[in-house]
Design a protein around this ligand. Structure first.
Ligand code: FEO
Length: 169
């Protein structure tokens, strides 16, 4: 595998684990502030990010690339209000999309079709992640200021269940 593509894929493992850590911090914030449904939503999001990291590891290992694990950065866990994690979540997903596109770009430039095919799933997934994050912000703006509506939104988010990624390697 090309050195640049390899380096970017290995770095992405850490970025995905950081995403899991960031969302775990958000889940903790909501649980500490009595919004356990929001906490559930972000706990499941954290599980999905861990899955993403494991998929990158598996892909690298399938290509006989050893994967050194680096330290995971401490996420910011101080939020001024319940809408802030939602906004930071969308911002973060847009950043992750740019990372995926950057790896895709590197793979494309050297005709690494196998890596491009692997990344196709992530390109689609990022579209969904951004839509979900944006939709949470919209819902919070509509319902967050009214206690009864916020209670119902919290209940809705409590219903999110974990599903394993549709991509298998
Ligand atoms: Fe692994 Fe939320 O992107």
């Amino acid at each position: 595998m090309n050195d640049t593509v390899k380096k970017l894929l290995i770095e992405q493992v850490n970025k995905e684990f950081y995403s899991a850590y960031l969302y775990l911090g958000m889940a903790n914030y909501y649980i500490d502030n009595d919004l356990d449904g929001f906490g559930n939503w972000y706990n499941i999001q954290a599980q999905e990010e861990r899955d993403h990291a494991l998929l990158f590891i598996k892909y690298l290992q399938n290509n006989s690339v050893p994967v050194p694990l680096e330290a995971i950065e401490r996420p910011d866990q101080s939020y001024a209000s319940p809408i802030e994690p939602l906004q930071k979540g969308l911002e973060h997903e847009r950043y992750v999309t740019s990372l995926i596109h950057n790896i895709y770009d590197a793979a494309y430039s050297i005709k690494d079709f196998r890596t491009m095919q692997f990344l196709d799933w992530f390109v689609k997934e990022q579209g969904e992640e951004e839509t979900n994050a944006d939709s949470l912000i919209k819902k919070y703006r509509l319902y967050g200021d009214d206690p009864k509506s916020l209670y119902l939104l919290n209940q809705e988010l409590a219903g999110r269940v974990y599903t394993a990624p549709s991509l298998t390697l």
